[in-house]
Design a protein around this ligand. Structure first.
Ligand code: ZN
Ligand code: ZN
Length: 372
C-alpha cells in the first residue's frame, strides 16, 4: 500500500490547503477523461483515496497512527478491535496498511461441536457425562514452540523480522512503496530451522480427549451448551477455542414432556373406574402411590406435584400429569355379558347422548388413547 503523503507528494505536516492543492493538480493530470491509459486510471484511484483519507481530519489522524488499512476499510477501522479480528481471521499479513509488523504463529484454536443424546430421565435430574472429542492438544515435545527442543526460531534473512517486504515501484508520481507479506517466512518474521518432529512444527497434535461434564436438568432437543476454552488448542499453543454440546433428547415410551411437566396415560379397567382403586405407578423418580376415586372418568387428569422436570433456570420442578383412560372390555364370555346386561337394566343407563366436544389442554392425552 502506497503511503498517502507520498502519493500526493506532500510533507507529513502539510496543511489541509496544501493537500487540497496537490490533489487538484494531480487529479487534473490523471483524470480518466484527460488521460485514458490504464496506469493513469490506477494512479487516479490511489490519489483519490489518499485525498479522501488526508482531507478528513479524523481519518488523517487515524492514518497517522497507523490505523488506515488497505482498500476501503478506513471507515471500519474506527470500530474498536476491528483490526484485531481482521488479523485473527486472515493473519497479520492480510492488513496491508500495517507494514513492518510480523504476524504471530500463535492463534486461537477452532470451536468444536459435539452431539450428545440423552434420555428423558437424564433431563429430569441432570446427568454427568464423559464425552470423547477428537481435538487438537498442545504438543508435549515442544510445548507449543514448534521447534525441536533446544532450538528456537531465527529471524528471517529476507525480511529481517518485519514479516513484510517493501517493493519500490517507479511511477509518474515518484517512487511508490508497496508492502507484501514475506514469502520466505509467510509473514511471521522468523523461520524455524528445526521444526519439532512430533507435531511437524505445528505446536499441537491431534488427540482424542475425554471431556467430563455435568449436563443440567431441563435441557431440550436442539439446545447448545457452550463450554468456553474446551475446544481445540490453537496453532503454536494459542488459546483454546470453545466446545459446543448439542443436545438431543430421545422420546420415552411412556412419558412425554410439556414445558416442565411430564405427561402419561393411566389405563384403568372398567371395574376399577367404577369402584375406585389404589395403585402404584413407576414414575421417573421411582414408585408413586395413586388413589383413584370411585367413578373416575376417561379424560380425568391426576396431578402429582413436583414430579416433573427441573427447569434449566430455576429449581421448582414441574408436575407429573396422568390422564385416565378407562378401558372398555372387548371380549366377554357369556357370564360376563349377562352381568353387564343385568347392570344396564338395574342402573337404567341412558343411551348414547350428544354433549359438548371435550377440548382443551388434555386433548393431546385423548389423542394418544385413540391412537393406542
Ligand atoms: Zn511439537
Ligand atoms: Zn521473512
Amino acid at each position: 500500500m502506497a503511503d498517502h503523503y507520498e502519493v500526493l507528494g506532500v510533507a507529513r505536516d502539510a496543511s489541509p490547503d496544501e493537500i487540497k492543492k496537490a490533489y487538484r493538480r494531480l487529479a487534473r493530470q490523471l483524470h480518466p477523461d484527460v488521460n485514458p491509459g490504464e496506469d493513469a486510471s490506477e494512479q487516479f484511484k490511489l490519489v483519490t483515496h489518499a485525498y479522501d483519507v488526508l482531507s478528513d481530519p479524523e481519518q488523517r489522524q487515524r492514518y497517522d497512527m497507523g490505523g488506515d488499512s488497505a482498500g476501503g476499510f478506513g471507515g471500519a477501522a474506527g470500530f474498536g478491535g476491528f483490526s484485531d479480528i481482521f488479523e485473527t481471521f486472515f493473519g497479520g499479513g492480510g492488513s496491508g496498511g500495517r507494514a513492518g509488523r510480523p504476524r504471530s504463529r500463535r492463534e486461537r484454536g477452532q470451536d468444536a461441536l459435539v452431539r450428545v443424546t440423552l434420555e428423558l430421565g437424564d433431563v429430569v435430574f441432570g446427568v454427568h457425562r464423559d464425552i470423547e472429542v477428537d481435538t487438537a492438544v498442545l504438543c508435549d515435545t515442544c510445548q507449543g514452540s514448534c521447534c525441536q527442543p533446544g532450538t528456537q526460531p531465527v529471524t528471517c534473512d529476507v525480511c529481517h523480522g518485519a514479516g513484510n517486504v517493501q517493493r519500490t515501484v517507479r511511477s509518474l508520481l515518484g517512487n511508490v512503496v508497496t508492502s507484501q507479506p514475506c514469502n520466505v517466512c509467510q509473514g511471521y518474521g522468523t523461520t524455524i530451522p528445526y521444526p519439532c518432529t512430533t507435531c511437524q512444527g505445528q505446536g499441537r497434535v491431534r488427540a482424542r480427549r475425554t471431556v467430563s461434564l455435568d449436563i443440567p436438568a431441563g435441557v431440550e432437543t436442539g439446545l447448545r451448551l457452550q463450554l468456553p476454552g474446551s475446544g481445540e488448542v490453537g496453532p503454536a499453543g494459542g488459546p483454546n477455542g470453545d466446545l459446543y454440546l448439542e443436545v438431543t433428547v430421545d422420546t420415552h415410551d411412556v412419558f412425554s414432556r410439556e414445558g416442565d411437566d411430564l405427561l402419561a396415560t393411566l389405563e384403568v379397567s372398567m371395574p376399577d373406574a367404577v369402584l375406585g382403586a389404589t395403585t402404584t405407578i413407576e414414575s421417573l423418580d421411582g414408585p408413586v402411590d395413586l388413589e383413584l376415586r370411585p367413578g373416575v372418568q376417561s379424560g380425568d387428569v391426576l396431578t402429582i406435584k413436583g414430579r416433573g422436570i427441573t427447569p434449566l433456570r430455576g429449581s421448582t420442578r414441574g408436575d407429573l400429569r396422568v390422564g385416565v383412560h378407562v378401558v372398555t372390555p372387548t371380549r366377554l364370555d357369556a357370564k360376563e355379558r349377562a352381568l353387564i346386561e343385568e347392570l344396564k337394566k338395574r342402573t337404567k343407563a341412558p343411551g348414547p347422548r350428544l354433549a359438548e366436544f371435550h377440548q382443551g389442554m388434555f386433548a393431546k392425552l385423548r389423542d394418544r388413547f385413540r391412537n393406542s
